[in-house]
Design a binder for this molecule. Structure first.
Ligand code: FES
Ligand SMILES: [Fe+2]
Length: 392
């Protein structure tokens, strides 16, 4: 490993297009060193919109969730007027952490140390024995706000007050997947995985289907015809969607849903899906790490919480449209989707720590890029622009 891992020269071949001779993946140290991870926290996660799941996580007034995002303790709470806000999980008195990680419902947020009380809108509403403190006014000591915006029922937070709004971050993506009726999607499946790997390995795994016929041979890969063409034929490159916005998405054309294992039947496909989305799956990443997959009968996504260079919490969430959730056979039929999600995710979750271990080998070096890894290579370029800078 070089002494200065941030020297742009080390990334010249990574900057080549995926199909250019000599193009390389990111060097191993980008996945294995605390220094590179720290730079990503500062230049990526502290600067942009981070995905934290569906608004149904805080469905009713008073519902809250508390969690760490890249080491920052965060509270998300829905107030009496149904507005959802995010705050730093830290008391304005002497900094105590206010809520333990997890989810719950409260009428107000009370500090466990000296019992200062905050309203659901973050304002300080109750203090003890502060009458003698000169110039103290409660209105000056509300919780520290964190920007929170939603789109289609998906929540994003941003730690940077100067970052562009979420709408600019998403660009034209909402129009492109408008037809999936995201507002009517109800989360019914949630699994947490604590994975001993770098967060980028999870993102890359989601964005490439090179591994599908091999790692997922016994689950979703369907012989003799697979979703990329005839078995034995070269893999087809599914082109990345072009448009404005910080995303890398692609469309995979096929008949029927791919959210089930072969032979299983599920819910009816959503009616009147417009255009090509009636016959295929739309998948991709809203940068830096919101992984989403939209099917004709459901949608699922990953919430990604980077913890350290070699540790990532990944939450897989599956959602169904209201029409499916309200069916009398929902419990029974949905199990088939859950089976598929658990099986395939299990194969990936099992693989990723092995990839991390291999990358941590002191003899490991960057490898070449396969032509169907074009999406992950494109996203590497955008990460590099943030971490190293725009110049090659
Ligand atoms: S630290 Fe919270 S009330 Fe003192
Ligand atoms: Fe996979």
């Amino acid at each position: 490993m070089p002494l200065d891992i941030f020297d742009p020269q080390h990334y010249a071949r990574v900057r080549l297009p995926a199909n250019a001779p000599g193009a390389l993946s990111l060097p191993p140290w980008c996945y294995t060193t605390p220094e590179y991870f720290q730079r990503e926290v500062e230049r990526i996660f502290m600067k942009t919109w981070n995905f934290i799941g569906r608004v149904e996580r805080v469905e009713k007034p008073g519902d809250y969730i508390a969690f760490d995002f890249v080491g920052v303790p965060v509270i998300v709470v829905r107030d009496k007027d149904n507005k959802v806000r995010a705050f730093a999980n830290t008391c304005r008195h002497r900094g105590a952490r206010l809520l333990n990680d997890g989810a719950g419902n409260c009428r107000a947020i009370k500090c466990p140390y000296h019992s200062w009380v905050y309203g659901l809108d973050g304002s300080l509403i109750g203090v003890q024995d502060m009458e003698d403190a000169k110039s103290f006014e409660k209105k000056d000591y509300g919780l520290i706000p964190i920007r929170l915006e939603t789109w289609g029922g998906y929540m994003f937070i941003c730690f940077d007050p100067d970052a562009k709004p979420l709408s600019a971050h998403l660009g034209d993506l909402p129009q492109k997947i408008d037809g999936y009726r995201l507002e009517s999607m109800r989360p019914r499946f949630r699994r947490e995985h604590d994975i001993a790997c770098n967060w980028k390995f999870m993102v890359e795994n989601f964005l490439e289907y090179y591994h599908t016929p091999y790692l997922h041979l016994r689950s979703v890969y369907q012989k003799p015809v697979n979703f990329l063409g005839q078995a034995g034929a070269p893999m087809v490159v599914l082109p990345a969607e072009q448009g404005t916005g910080d995303y890398v998405f692609f469309f995979m054309p096929h008949e029927g849903t791919r959210a089930l294992l072969a032979g299983d039947t599920g819910f009816p496909l959503m009616e009147n899906l417009p255009g090509r989305i009636a016959n295929g799956t739309t998948s991709g990443c809203i940068l830096p790490s919101a992984m989403m997959s939209f099917h004709q009968d459901c949608t699922w996504f990953l919430e990604i919480y980077p913890i350290a260079h070699n540790r990532t919490k990944v939450v897989q969430v599956g959602c169904f449209p209201d029409d499916a959730v309200n069916r009398p056979d929902f419990e029974e039929v949905s199990q088939r989707y859950f089976k598929r999600w658990d099986l395939v995710m299990g194969e990936d979750v099992d693989m990723l720590p092995k990839q991390q271990k291999g990358a941590e080998n002191s003899l490991a070096v960057a490898g070449p890029v396969c032509h169907v890894e074009d999406k992950i290579h494109a996203i590497r370029h955008r990460w590099l622009n943030q971490v190293i800078g725009n110049s090659p």
